[in-house]
Ligand binder design. Structure first.
Ligand SMILES: Nc1nc2c([nH]c(=O)n2[C@H]2C[C@H](O)[C@@H](COP(=O)(O)OP(=O)(O)OP(=O)(O)O)O2)c(=O)[nH]1
Ligand SMILES: [Mg+2]
Length: 140
């Protein structure tokens, strides 16, 4: 049997001081197109996941990560692709996040996340974001 290739993805749940989360909408032509997402992307060769997180959030949202902590790790098999989502909570950053790649984006309250279509793999992230208020307080 040939070992399958799982794509390691660094994902950032960016929280602002009001406790809102930054989300954007994937372009239609991409895998999981038109779904909402947390910014992030593939970990490249020679990078660790934190480096990939910082690079992707700079490229996609134009912020510099100052404080981030691992939140959850999700291994998910889509019919067409296998991913490992390495999800981090980003609680301090410099710059004002703005989507850099022409995608729709917005800040939403955590309880509003359930109203947006996300990829199936994200369900557990969104659940955990409802449940963990003590971890999510805005940090000064
Ligand atoms: N960024 C991101 N990717 C997600 C989420 N949920 C989810 O299943 N994925 C999947 C979709 C993709 O198959 C993969 C990440 O791919 P990506 O398109 O963001 O990767 P990338 O930014 O490096 O893209 P590229 O430049 O190589 O095209 O992870 C999510 O919340 N955020
Ligand atoms: Mg991406």
């Amino acid at each position: 049997m040939v070992a399958s290739k799982r794509t390691h993805v660094a994902v950032g749940v960016i929280l602002n001081p009001d406790g809102q989360v930054f989300i954007s909408r994937r372009h239609a032509h991409l895998h999981q197109g038109n779904k909402w997402e947390f910014p992030g992307g593939k970990v490249e060769a020679g990078e660790d996941v934190y480096q990939a997180l910082c690079r992707e959030l700079l490229e996609e949202c134009n912020i510099q990560v100052k404080t981030a902590a691992p939140f959850t790790l999700i291994s998910h098999d889509y019919p067409d692709k296998q991913v490992l989502l390495d999800v981090w909570l980003v609680t301090a950053f410099s710059g004002q996040p703005q989507q850099q790649e022409g995608q729709e984006w917005r800040w939403v309250a955590r309880h509003e996340l359930t109203a947006y279509p996300f990829p199936v793999a994200n369900e557990i992230i969104i659940e955990r974001l409802q449940d963990a208020p003590e971890m999510l307080g805005a940090k000064g």
